[in-house]
Design a protein around this ligand. Sequence first.
Ligand code: DX5
Ligand code: ZN
Length: 220
Amino acid sequence: MHTPLIAPSILSADFARLGQDVQSVLDAGADLIHFDVMDNHYVPNLSFGPMICDALRKHGITADIDVHLMVQPVDTMIEAFAKAGATMISFHPEATMHLDRSIQLIKDNGCKAGLALNPGTPLHVLDCVLDKLDYVLLMSVNPGFGGQSFIESTLEKISELKQMIIAKGLCARIEVDGGVKVDNIQSIWDAGADMFVAGSAIFNSDNYADTIAAMKNKFK
Ligand code: DX5
Ligand code: ZN
């Protein structure tokens, strides 16, 4: 079984003092940083690119940076983010012409590879590539914005994916992204997820350490 990991999404961080805010959330017990990249094309919002990732590395952030590409096309951004210090990169299958090639590109660039599935994307898109993935990111909201409500049907999707992974004798992690809070993280963990993205639940809380500890307490 994988150790559960908390990955705060910096989409909800204080951009005016990003370096300090990211260090604070890591000091508060976060396991890695989730980095939401939006291009106003694949999703109707615009966030940040590889320069910001590079700036965080130069600021001294050493934790894993889990880049979630919500961009189309994806391949040029894979290379740019790997150079900028990403250690994990996921993208959406609809956003690339050549799924297997994009996965291979992530690995060739020395990063862990993930595939991100929207709430409306079926699990069978994984059939030919699951054995090549280090993790699958299941979106539990439609991508593009922080602060949305968790879509409950994701729980069943997590369980089905967990069964697929076990049936194939694989060990890919399951990351869940969107609407993850202290009060629903246990049901997401029970369903089979082991990486938890949380943006607003952590960055909008008064005390990052208390919120992360409350989340980790649910895994006991
Ligand atoms: C949405 C992003 C999520 C989002 C999570 O497109 O992929 O990572 O920022 O934010 P919360 O935790 O606020 O739902
Ligand atoms: Zn994300």
